[in-house]
Design a protein around this ligand. Structure first.
Ligand code: SF4
Ligand code: SF4
Length: 276
């Protein structure tokens, strides 16, 4: 059975917040709310590094990493268990959703979620621009909302907006129960962690740290069909540049390649915000 999950390569993440912004746009997330946040791991304040600045010609020891975080779509989701009206539920494909018509705003789920992934609409949600941006209807005042893995896009065979719009290829989405999927290969190939594993929630977001992956190979499996539409190289009639998009910072030779080593270039998802 399909069981969707996400891999985030923290070694590739550059903290640009494109995932957070594209999530807000795609899902009409209200002003002041974020479903997808990018945390800084470093100094004691946001966006500050740990370590020391270079002195006397030394190299210094500045260090800063980023940890994008959103709903982890836990296999064993405490938010689902505590919802008294079954407004929070897990879809057959593993995505944890909220039925906003059923939600009574009790916020038990917010208390139960160890990832601080949910937000509550205390006031009438404010959009900017007023009519909103994405295709997803705004949620009303008095309900809890959160990341849906862009289930409306997934249902259309598309990747979540944060995956498509990550310029660093740090996010890969796919079916965890399919051994041949890109996410499964990455989880098998690289050392990955889940957040707060000791809570027993079994999050479906896995983080690579320590060793940088080669980047999203032609994006995840489902996105390849989408790329066929926009790639100038997809029909094989034009030369394939040795370095596509210029977003590879891995030092792995400058070309993105699949985990199986095929030579297909990664093509940035041009105009991906408006393709659906
Ligand atoms: S869009 Fe990609 S690189 Fe930018 S903060 Fe999000 S995960 Fe990191
Ligand atoms: S991260 Fe929080 S909101 Fe998302 S499934 Fe897990 S417990 Fe529920």
């Amino acid at each position: 059975m399909t069981n969707y999950g996400l891999v985030i390569d923290q070694e590739r993440c550059i903290g640009c917040q494109a995932c957070a912004v594209s999530c807000k746009q795609e899902n009409n997330v209200p002003m002041g709310q974020f479903w997808n946040r990018v945390l800084t791991e470093g100094g004691d304040k946001i966006d500050t590094p740990s370590g020391g600045y270079p002195e006397d010609g030394g190299s210094g020891s500045l260090d800063m990493e980023y940890q994008p975080t959103a709903c982890q779509h836990c296999e064993n989701a405490p938010c689902v268990k505590v919802c008294p009206v079954n407004a929070t539920y897990t879809r057959d494909d593993g995505i944890v959703e909220i039925d906003y018509d059923k939600c009574i705003g009790c916020r038990y789920c917010m208390a139960a979620c160890p990832y601080n992934a949910r937000v509550f609409n205390w006031d009438e949600p404010e959009q900017m621009p007023e009519e909103g941006t994405g295709d997803v209807a705004a949620r009303p005042q008095g309900v809890v909302e959160k990341c849906t893995f862009c289930s409306h896009r997934v249902d259309e065979g598309l990747d979540p907006a944060c995956v498509v719009n990550c310029p660093a290829d740090a996010r890969i989405f796919g079916d965890l129960d399919d051994e041949g999927s890109t996410v499964s290969k990455y989880i098998n190939e690289y050392e990955t962690d889940q957040l707060l594993e000791d809570r027993g929630t079994d999050p479906k977001t896995h983080y690579i740290s320590g060793e940088m992956s080669p980047g999203r190979p032609q994006t995840s499996d489902k996105m390849e069909s989408e790329l066929d539409d926009v790639s100038p190289w997809s029909d094989g009639t034009e030369d394939v540049p040795s370095e596509a998009g210029g977003s590879d910072s891995s030092g792995s030779g400058g070309s993105h390649h699949s985990i199986e080593g095929d030579a297909d270039p990664h093509v940035p998802a041009v105009g991906s915000g408006g393709d659906d």
